[in-house]
Design a protein around this ligand. Sequence first.
Ligand code: ADP
Ligand code: ZN
Ligand code: MG
Length: 655
Amino acid sequence: MEFFKKNNKGKDAKGTEESDGKKGKKGLKTTNNKQFWVNLFTTLVIFFLLVSTYSLIVEQRVSIEEIPISKLASDITEGVVASIVVKGDELEILYISEEEKKSKKEVGVALTDTLANYEVPMEALAGVQIEIKNPSGIRFWLFNLAPFLLPLVIIGFFLWFLSRQVKGAGMQAFTFGQSRARVTDPDDKTNRVTFKDVAGAKEAKEELLEIVDFLKNPKKFLDIGARIPKGIILMGAPGTGKTLLARAVAGEASVPFFSISGSEFVEMFVGVGASRVRDLFKVAKKSAPSIIFVDEIDAVGRVRGTGVGGGNDEREQTLNQILVEMDGFEPNEKVIVIAATNRPDVLDPALLRPGRFDRRVTIELPDRSDREAILKIHGRKKPFTEDVDLKVIAERTPGFSGADLYSLMNEGAILAARESRKKVAQFDFIRSIEKVMLGPERKSHILSAHEKKITAYHEAGHALVASLIPEADPVHKISIIARGHTGGYTLKLPFEDRRYQSKKEFIADIATALGGYIAERMVFNDLTTGPSSDLQMLTAIARNMVTKYGMSDKMGPIALEGTSGQVLYGGGLISKEFSEKVSGEIDEEVKRIIDSAYKTAEDILSKHRVVLDAIADKLIEVESLEREEFEKLLVMHGIKPKKKKEEEKEVKNRK
Ligand code: ADP
Ligand code: ZN
Ligand code: MG
């Protein structure tokens, strides 16, 4: 039983990043495969060449008949031998009949001695020309060494080849210190993202366009003495398109783009992160001009030395290394570092110092027209029915991030596909809004009749209070169908996006949040655990009013707490900055604000008890009420529904 105003929870659409990662790995694998076949092919070619030369040489030797030395001795005695050429232990014999033969003698013994042993008469030997030749270099070596060397060479080659394969595949233990940055291929047209794919975020785009321009055209800037920015940090809520923008930069700039996530620097072993940083910057500098993109830099860039998050040595070393590398840039080095984070408040101030990430670009949640543009981008490939009006969807989704809108469009298409329709209708998108906001309907969650009644009164309480306090946002929908982890909900949406909230609006929110609690108490004279999250929320609002926004008359204009949790730059955790006395006063003020809102809400509900009953009955009957039906109920009981500001003014003037 929750009461919703807007939803800022925005899921970080990890999907794209993950698929990115996968793509990277897949790419690596295919190149590995290719490499494998190329290697195998060359190996085989070389192998065949070696074998064929070897056999050629061997064959040459075989084609000449070899005779034993005893036969040679008898031939000489017979006087048919014309000449003998001695090459080492080999004998090439030419007969008078011009026949060629060969033979072998004992190594290290003179031919004449050998022949003498065979009792060849000296006269017969004198008729034979004997020539002694040193064995010819290459031939000798080939003949003699090839039989031993060839197998060795082949074995060695295979070993080398195998080790290469293994390295490519699994031996990542040895690539520890190397950065695992993914390099974006500028020629990959299918997955290319450009600024056209990013709606809104105008300032960020302008800033980044400048960077792209600089990298493409450094001379233009250097000539007029402009200093090149070193680092840009993109800050914004999750899902506002920071990663998308960075990818668009990669698509726009035709320079190497190295992207890595902050968490990838952090490994089990101290020092690995730092060495990855070194490696990454080295590679990037080598291929300058280039861009390094560090996503989720808060994973390494947290305030150092606070002990927050365990005082991780590894992280500090990594961060120090990033700082050192950025300081080490030459003034005209053409490497630019872009970082993204959704926690700028926890970043180490050293990172934000001039000369490092001195350009900061904040990406806000999209406003109404940006939302429409984002919806258009993601609707490009979806067939719509004629009734689809993205403007209406944009109006109904304040507080949605780009990622939420992306998932809304997707959910819509899924709904249509599930019902086997060829086109997506407006109705699908409207249903998806709630799904994205609150999670899927829990059909299995069946309430007992009594629980259903309690839920109905609770939500009716919220809705009625919201309708009767002028500053509260109008109710768009009431439902007692369980969704995500809520039992029922009342959806209120402002007429327009707001940047500031006023004190009166805060008080209206508190009163509206109390509506459920009061209705339960009034009707059943009992309470359930249902309103607990309402109570937490309204207490937080009241406390912020007192300690952050100076909205308490008693405390006056004083900020007692930082805007973003407990961590202040460099200072570590602040334990209570104020005295016990002030702390007591804060509690009193918070209570006073809540009490007064309680009174307002209670008055409204007891005065309009009939309407409360009517709304609750209707809810029990139909389970969810759209704005029109709800307003009809109000009108029936003489309550004017809220109108847009212009109309409101008219009403006031008439009074
Ligand atoms: P972040 O990194 O800020 O958390 P992402 O860049 O990962 O957010 O955004 C997630 C997805 O949301 C994107 O892939 C894109 O589909 C969608 N998205 C976010 N912002 C925009 C935008 N301005 N224009 C178009 N799509 C957007
Ligand atoms: Zn509630
Ligand atoms: Mg991101």
